[in-house]
Design a protein around this ligand. Structure first.
Ligand code: HEC
Ligand code: HEC
Ligand code: HEC
Ligand code: HEC
Ligand code: HEC
Ligand code: HEC
Length: 463
């Protein structure tokens, strides 16, 4: 079938029926050139406008297979490719085995691909682009899973309690040995007394024999006692110093929502979910509706199947079998456990730090792309990100403590010149500089830290 004939017929008949007819009439005779004749530059624009919402090129991501290598994979006819893109369900009715396998593989997880309003020429352009994207498809990632290790893999759980555990094991072993040694000793003594014709010693209780043993080994017991006391004092001191330090805190969550799957593997932007973070004091936690933007289609996870994703449906009242919301359903909001939780007397504002100061989320929250459930990043972990985030301000005090806020306000420079917000303050300060040596110094070297602007004033952070 040549192009003009195709387009001629195309313009009068509903395209789906027509292509179907032709497919059945002529088999996979094929129109030439779906793969080879398009304009890749135009294809890129069309791809970004229509397909990139679901498809990447080299990676199965978000909600659909990658389109790279489609020419080698697609074993159905070219007509069916066009039909698939314009009307996937119609194309499936053709019974073509490739399309059948495509549907079986993806539809249960992602749902049907939406019919696309693109014509045959546009499809050629798109195919030209996806087969040969400039730069090989910028987001090319060989295997997303491998490129996205979770934080647990990066920082294997340090068993901070291992000293305690060893200590307890040793203590128990020691008592057992001591007890059995004294038993053996008594049995031997009794055997000896019996052979001498004397009565055996009276059977002592465990406590009695322990006490006797302790008296006989008073020096040894005192040393052990001293160690135990010292140990308890050290542990008590350490935990007292740790009050108000929440680093590493990671509470259980009602759903196994992993940041690594969403942020790293699927490249969802933080603000897609935490949409208020640049606008208001708090960063919002997404409602189940936001999850449903994707999980209406993605019903089956590769890790826990329907189990975890199903909890979103239970929360919102969605029947994955029918793909419909249940009417008059009483929603059961997902009760996420708060991870970061400053005391009530502290005022912290996200937009001030994200929008005004332009800080990266990672400067305070660490490598969230590697998180499973939300947690509080220890400051060493954050500092290790400096190569990736050159503007990161490295700190030493434990995250979320007052010392941490203060230390950053001491180090963080505020760019007065380029921030309209401060221009007025800047000018006012210049006028007001009389005799204020400190202020003049700051203004002359243009190095103004948050502290200089009052970031250390108690009332800025405390109600
Ligand atoms: C709403 C999401 C969505 C959009 C938009 C979308 N697709 Fe798809 N596409 C899918 C899904 C999902 C599949 C897998 C089959 C299924 O589940 O229906 C798929 C499959 C395909 C396939 C078959 C892939 C294979 O491995 O054989 C092609 C080709 C395709 N899409 C092309 C396109 C083109 C071209 C566009 C843009 C004009 C586009 N799609 C837009 C969701 C989408
Ligand atoms: C797909 C949605 C989604 C994306 C994208 C996302 N998050 Fe989250 N985030 C959540 C949900 C849901 C929670 C609550 C559950 C939890 O704590 O694990 C959460 C929790 C958090 C928490 C802990 C909140 C608390 O209770 O203190 C932080 C911090 C956080 N996210 C930061 C980020 C950053 C930074 C990014 C981008 C790098 C990001 N998130 C991307 C959905 C998302
Ligand atoms: C922008 C799209 C998008 C949004 C929004 C989104 N997810 Fe996901 N989610 C995905 C993708 C893609 C996967 C990977 C599916 C897979 O494992 O094949 C996924 C996987 C998951 C998984 C793991 C499932 C498994 O068994 O492997 C859970 C649980 C999950 N999401 C929960 C949520 C929750 C809760 C929200 C809302 C706070 C949410 N998602 C928002 C795209 C999204
Ligand atoms: C200057 C440090 C800092 C930066 C930068 C920062 N956060 Fe936070 N974030 C915090 C602190 C402190 C809290 C605890 C606030 C509280 O308990 O009132 C918090 C809490 C959160 C929470 C829990 C909800 C809330 O508001 O209490 C989320 C979600 C969150 N941050 C996401 C983000 C995202 C996304 C970004 C980047 C766009 C970001 N944060 C940037 C320090 C920061
Ligand atoms: C990573 C660095 C960093 C950390 C950590 C940080 N801040 Fe800030 N903070 C800044 C910067 C930079 C500004 C200046 C923003 C601007 O340009 O106005 C600022 C400004 C502020 C202001 C406004 C000060 C003023 O003069 O108006 C308050 C209040 C504040 N921070 C509170 C906190 C609290 C509370 C914490 C700890 C929970 C904290 N900050 C942690 C960098 C940080
Ligand atoms: C940059 C922000 C910031 C400034 C400025 C600041 N604080 Fe704090 N302060 C905090 C934070 C955050 C906490 C909570 C730390 C925690 O939970 O471990 C805190 C905790 C405290 C506590 C402990 C209360 C408790 O819950 O045990 C006291 C007392 C305190 N601040 C006094 C002050 C005084 C006095 C000043 C002025 C010299 C001041 N703060 C300035 C952020 C600040």
């Amino acid at each position: 079938m040549n192009h003009s004939a195709y387009r001629f017929l195309h313009s009068r008949w509903p395209s789906g029926i027509l292509v179907l007819l032709f497919t059945f009439a002529f088999g996979a005779s094929g129109m030439a050139g779906v793969w080879d004749e398009g304009d890749p530059a135009n294809g890129e624009q069309l791809f970004n406008a229509n397909c990139a919402y679901c498809h990447y090129i080299n990676k199965e991501v978000l909600a659909a297979p990658g389109l790279g290598g489609i020419k080698d994979r697609w074993s159905a006819s070219e007509e069916l490719l066009v039909l698939w893109i314009q009307n996937p369900q119609k194309a499936a009715e053709s019974g073509d085995p490739y399309i059948k396998s495509l549907v079986e593989r993806y539809v249960p997880t992602y749902g049907w691909m939406a019919a696309q309003a693109v014509n045959e020429d546009e499809i050629k352009d798109i195919m030209a682009y996806v087969q040969n994207p400039p730069g090989g498809g910028a987001e090319q990632v060989a295997d997303a899973g491998d490129a996205c290790p979770t934080i647990d893999e990066m920082y294997p759980e340090e068993s901070s309690n291992s000293a305690t555990i060893w200590f307890l094991i040793l203590l128990v072993l020691f008592i057992i040995i001591a007890a059995s040694a004294s038993n053996v000793k008594r049995s031997l003594t009794n055997a000896y007394r019996e052979s001498e014709g004397k009565n055996p010693l009276a059977q002592k209780t465990y406590v009695e024999s322990l006490r006797e043993w302790a008296w006989n080994n008073i020096v040894f017991v005192s040393i052990i006692g001293l160690f135990v006391t010292a140990y308890i004092v050290v542990i008590a001191y350490q935990s007292a110093m740790g009050i108000g330090v929440y680093e590493g805190y990671q509470p259980e969550q009602p759903i196994k929502f992993w940041h690594s799957i969403h942020v790293c593997e699927n490249e969802v932007d933080c603000q897609y979910c935490h949409s208020t973070v640049a606008k208001s004091k708090h960063a919002s936690i997404p409602s189940a509706n936001v999850c449903m933007n994707c999980h209406k289609g993605i019903k089956n996870g590769s890790r826990w199947g329907e189990k975890e994703i199903g909890k979103i449906y239970t929360a919102i009242g969605f029947d994955p079998a029918t793909g419909q919301y249940i009417e008059d359903y009483e929603e059961q909001p997902i009760e996420w456990n708060k991870v970061h939780n400053l005391p009530d007397h502290v005022y912290f504002n996200h937009s001030q730090h994200v929008a005004v100061a332009g800080l990266e989320c990672q400067n305070c929250h660490g490598d969230v792309a590697k998180y499973k459930e939300g947690r509080i990043a220890p400051v060493e972990e954050i500092n290790a990100l400096v190569d990736e985030y050159p503007t990161l301000i490295q700190l030493s005090k434990p995250t979320l403590t007052m010392g941490w806020c203060i230390e950053c306000h001491n180090k963080a420079e505020v760019d007065l010149a380029s921030s309209g917000y401060y221009e007025e303050v800047h000018n006012r300060l210049k006028d007001d500089i009389r005799g204020n040596e400190e202020l003049r110094r700051y203004l002359e070297d243009e190095e103004v830290t948050v502290k200089d602007l009052g970031g250390w004033e108690c009332s800025k952070c405390h109600y």
